[in-house]
Design a protein around this ligand. Structure first.
Ligand SMILES: Nc1ncnc2c1ncn2[C@@H]1O[C@H](COP(=O)(O)OP(=O)(O)OP(=O)(O)O)[C@@H](O)[C@H]1O
Ligand SMILES: [Mg+2]
Length: 273
């Protein structure tokens, strides 16, 4: 294994601010390779949080791949314009928006020929907003198998909207393939980030000892309880979060409450399916 693919940790990723002390401080994340989960209800801010992680990998010159069934990850090549999010830059000590080297691959057929690789410092987005649920399942299974064989060295692999391959959506092979990929992430030296609404929709392998867990707000009582248990915090902390706020737990450290920074790039608004 090359030193890059045998990576044991990354330089701190700047995700936002934490209010745990007397005054706001930088919320950084130094994950080890393995599985990270970003969980929360719709509109809680999971995608923007996962995008902040992706931007930090890109800023470190590392390769990123995003599997994006709803088309929300297509904006990395554009600088942030949204004024509400730009308005938060000062609070987070951010200066200018920026774009990133991005390659967006439109997926119309889960079996189509496509280049699934990512260059260092660049994001490859495999985006299939028009796919039907069965096709998303096939695509996720295919890509999870691919990245198990050929992970981006020392990089990040994001699977968005993982709940879409759960049995609730008629998923079969996608979730199993993600479970196999999850088992490999630590030894292969990459971070696998799974973004989903419900912890119960994740493959069990992702929950054994997540390298990181970022929990945004949820309301469903069983999910609130599951999240609290996994984080080791009282459930009321999970329900008390606003959009863009989360509880961040890295490895065995205690969970801290953070405000996630806005993105440097323009997140793509459109979603379908
Ligand atoms: N860190 C943040 N700072 C400020 N606003 C945020 C932040 N995160 C999310 N928001 C607000 O919440 C909206 C929804 O965020 P996001 O798309 O990340 O949610 P989501 O959990 O991925 O939802 P969905 O399940 O619909 O994909 C954003 O468009 C933005 O208005
Ligand atoms: Mg989202």
């Amino acid at each position: 294994m090359s030193p890059e693919s045998a990576r044991r940790t990354w330089a701190p990723l700047r995700l936002g601010l934490t209010q745990e002390g007397p005054r706001p401080a930088a919320a950084t994340l130094a994950p080890r390779p393995g599985v990270g989960i970003v969980m929360g209800a719709t509109g809680s801010g999971k995608s923007l949080a996962a995008m902040a992680v992706a931007e930090e990998f890109l800023l470190q010159g590392l390769p990123v791949v995003a599997v994006d069934p709803t088309g929300q990850w297509r904006g990395f090549g554009k600088r942030l314009k949204r004024r509400d999010l730009r308005g938060l830059y000062r609070k987070f000590g951010m200066k200018r928006p920026q774009r990133f080297p991005a390659r967006v691959v439109p997926v119309e057929d889960p079996d189509q020929e496509m280049d699934m690789g990512a260059a260092p410092g660049s994001i490859t987005v495999l985006s299939g907003p028009g796919l039907r649920p069965g096709e998303v399942d096939r695509l996720v299974a295919r890509l999870a198998d691919h990245y198990q064989r050929a992970p981006p060295p020392g990089g990040l692999v994001v699977f968005e909207e993982v709940h879409r391959v759960s049995p609730r959506y008629g998923g079969e092979r996608g979730l199993e393939a993600l479970g196999r990929l999850a088992r490999e992430a630590e030894t292969r030296g990459f971070l696998l980030l799974l973004v989903s609404q419900l912890i119960s929709d994740l493959p069990p392998e992702a929950l054994r000892s997540p390298a990181l867990h970022l929990q945004m707000y949820v309301k469903v009582p069983e999910e609130v309880e599951r999240a609290g248990r996994l984080l080791g915090v009282p459930s009321r902390l999970v329900t008390g979060l606003a959009p863009g706020e989360g509880l961040l737990k890295t490895g065995t450290a205690s969970a801290v409450r953070i405000a996630v920074r806005p993105p440097f790039h323009e997140p793509h608004g459109e979603r379908k399916g």
